[in-house]
Design a protein around this ligand. Structure first.
Ligand code: AMP
Ligand code: ZN
Length: 136
């Protein structure tokens, strides 16, 4: 896609610190890292979100996520894998990507959420709503 920054990274139109590349996927350093070594894993074809990407492509991307996690685990005790879809989830770049973020006990990052709770019977109706939305 011509105006996509990650497509431009794939085509080498704009520079990036590429870590790994195969036929279908690319890994490069996030320009504003949450921690040092924060990588982004993307498919080489342009798809916006997890809803758009075909399953076979997604499988290839997740295999690369595992490969890079494995490499990072040699020097980091923990790893957060983060993937956001849509503006409401603060997706900034509309080319599906997985963040692979090296973690250590006191790295100063939160990458977490406030724990919520359900009112009585609320979890049952929410669970039913989700179950009925699953396509076989
Ligand atoms: P998200 O908010 O999940 O869409 O994350 C987009 C990520 O892309 C952010 O963490 C940015 O720092 C990163 N990013 C944006 N432009 C570049 C770039 N040119 N090179 C590397 N990372 C980038
Ligand atoms: Zn793109």
């Amino acid at each position: 896609m011509s105006d996509c920054i990650f497509c431009k990274i794939i085509s080498k139109e704009i520079p990036s610190e590429i870590i790994y590349e195969d036929e279908n996927t690319l890994v490069f350093l996030d320009i504003n890292p949450a921690t040092k070594g924060h990588c982004l894993v993307i498919p080489k074809e342009h798809y916006e979100t997890i809803l758009d990407v075909p399953e076979d492509v997604l499988c290839k991307v997740i295999k690369t996520v595992k490969k890079i996690s494995s490499a990072l685990s040699k020097t980091n005790p923990g790893m957060s894998v983060v993937q956001s879809n849509g503006r409401a989830a603060h997706q900034e770049v509309d080319h599906i990507h997985f963040h692979v973020i090296p973690r250590s006990e006191n790295d100063g990052q939160l990458l977490t959420w406030k724990a919520g709770s359900y009112a009585e019977n609320e979890s049952k109706s929410i669970a039913n709503e989700i179950r009925s939305s699953i396509t076989p």
